[in-house]
Design a protein around this ligand. Structure first.
Ligand code: NAD
Length: 489
């Protein structure tokens, strides 16, 4: 299958924090891949803007290195990297001072191009950048800003940040990134739900037993310990990534696939979420691995606080109080140092009301699993007859829609989430970005949960590194006669 690449309009993309970790690992290698794919027009410019006092040549050398180191083995035709680097510029700038702004303004004075400003810096600088963009005449009506997570640490800080950005930019100019929304499978989830007649009639409490969402990581907090300890799994993963997935799986069909129609429906889901009962939340902290050769430290050692009560794992059960989902539990789980790196949404359908096969004693359920990583794809478990003589014995088999297998090269060479989202910014398409009211609604649901465990002085349960969280997490499901899907590669 030949992939169709439609070049975007000429653009100037300024990356504030262009020398930082996120820019080097994701943004710049992603842009290089879009360049190689022919999507980035020759007139486009990428302008790194950061505090480091380096010149353009040094920044280009850094970009070249980043594309090699983090390009995922991606190769381009000879000479292409040089051509890409030609389109790259750099300004040493101070977000909180005057240094570099006149130079940036001069570089951005060309008309008739899309202007985008990526805030890949600490959120503490978002307001300063927005203010200076306006002061230096770069916040005109067509300009776009891209804002990284975390977007606030509670409802109040998110409201303040929204209000600050709104002083300088309209909502249609603000692109709040949640890179989970840029994943191929996440969009495919919408295609599967709303492009087929098959699923939608069954997509409700009458036919669905429960839905589970797991985002499991094998890594620990690494060098981010200090930051992570102030945040924890609820703020770092559930409030944004898992809730966004929950919204897409549970929302009503929007009338059109357009930004506000989709985001209106997502917002309704968040607003219909029930508060979570204390005994429906399991928090955990990973322990050291004494048997591990590398002797990876436990959570408290990694964050340098022997009394830390921040969770590196959370599992919870919630409900959506609306006609479609009343009575259907949603189980969410995410953690660090788990047994495998795997993200999956699973829709478990109810059993057939009656088995006509006398010899069949098994419990058969259709299970639709949507894998985000690794091996993005969708699998539908169906029940068939076990081949051979021996009567009518039933067996569950997967109908596998792994994209790499189904779509050949195009499926295998999937576009990274960041690449897709940056190109959406240039196209001016906000569908896969969070709206301000969505973020606030998500915090409004999250805040009381966090306040609840803080008031109870809750201490996270220890769990072994390489396991799938505390045993209480298994119990959360077992009490309801259900079980988590195995976290697997
Ligand atoms: P980083 O510390 O590696 O880089 C920070 C960048 O900001 C550097 O380029 C630095 O020069 C620049 N900077 C700092 N102070 C400045 C100032 N006063 N004026 C101008 N530039 C200044 O940070 P990072 O890991 O790249 O993260 C950037 C943003 O992305 C943060 O909001 C972070 O939360 C978010 N984020 C990062 C990751 C990741 O994987 N690194 C993932 C998700 C979100």
């Amino acid at each position: 299958m030949v992939s169709r690449v439609i070049p975007v309009d000429p653009f100037d993309l300024v990356i504030f924090g262009g020398t930082g970790d996120l820019a080097r690992r994701k943004i710049l290698p992603g842009l290089f891949r879009r360049f190689c794919a022919g999507q980035m027009p020759p007139e486009a410019r990428i302008i790194g803007a950061a505090r480091s006092d380096i010149d353009v040549a040094a920044f280009r050398a850094m970009v070249a290195e980043a594309t090699q180191e983090f390009g995922g083995g991606f190769t381009c035709e000879t000479g292409t990297l040089e051509a890409f680097l030609e389109q790259i510029d750099y300004v040493a700038i101070d977000a909180r001072g005057d240094q570099g702004w006149a130079e940036l303004q001069e570089k951005m004075s060309g008309k008739g191009r899309v202007e985008a400003y990526y805030f890949s810096v600490s959120p503490a600088l978002f307001g300063d950048l927005a203010e200076r963009l306006q002061k230096w005449g770069m916040a005109d009506q067509d300009a776009r800003i891209v804002v990284e997570k975390p977007f606030g640490r509670d409802l109040e800080t998110a409201q303040t940040l929204n209000a600050t950005l709104a002083t300088y930019f309209d909502e249609h100019q603000i692109y709040r990134i949640d890179h989970y929304l840029g994943k191929e499978t996440v969009q495919n989830l919408m295609a599967v739900r709303f492009g087929n007649m098959l699923f939608e009639p069954l997509w409700n409490a009458q036919y669905v037993d429960h839905i589970q969402i797991t985002v499991a990581e094998t890594v620990g907090v690494g060098g981010r310990g200090e930051y992570y300890d102030k945040s924890g799994a609820m703020r770092d993963m559930v409030q944004n990534h898992l809730m966004q997935l929950l919204c897409l799986i549970a929302m009503e069909p929007p009338a059109r696939f357009d930004p506000d129609a989709v985001r209106d429906e997502k917002l309704k889901v968040i607003r219909a979420l029930d508060p979570v009962l204390p005994h429906h939340i399991i928090r955990g902290q990973y322990q050291a691995e004494p048997m591990n050769e590398a002797n990876a430290p436990g959570y408290r050692t990694a964050v340098g606080d022997a009394r830390s009560r921040t969770e590196s794992f959370i599992a919870l059960k919630t409900h959506i109080s609306n006609w479609r989902w009343a009575g259907t539990p949603f189980y969410l789980r995410t953690g660090k140092r788990m047994s495998a790196r795997s993200s999956e949404i699973t829709v478990v359908f109810k059993e057939t009301p009656h088995s006509i096969f006398a010899e069949d004693a098994g419990r058969h359920r259709n299970v639709l699993s949507i894998r985000l990583q690794p091996n993005e794809g969708i699998t539908l478990g169906v029940t068939i007859k076990e081949p051979g003589p021996g009567g009518m014995r039933l067996v569950d088999v997967p109908l596998d829609m792994t994209f790499a297998d189904a779509l050949g090269e195009e499926g295998a060479d999937q576009v990274d989430a960041y690449e897709r989202l940056i190109m959406d910014v240039i196209r001016g398409n906000q569908t896969l970005f969070m709206r301000g009211d969505e973020v606030e609604a998500a915090w409004a649901w999250t805040d009381p949960i966090i306040e609840g465990w803080e008031a109870r002085n809750d201490v996270p349960k220890p769990y072994d590194s390489g396991s799938d969280g505390p045993t209480d997490s298994t119990e959360l499901m077992r009490r309801d006669g259900r079980e988590w899907r195995k976290v697997s590669l």
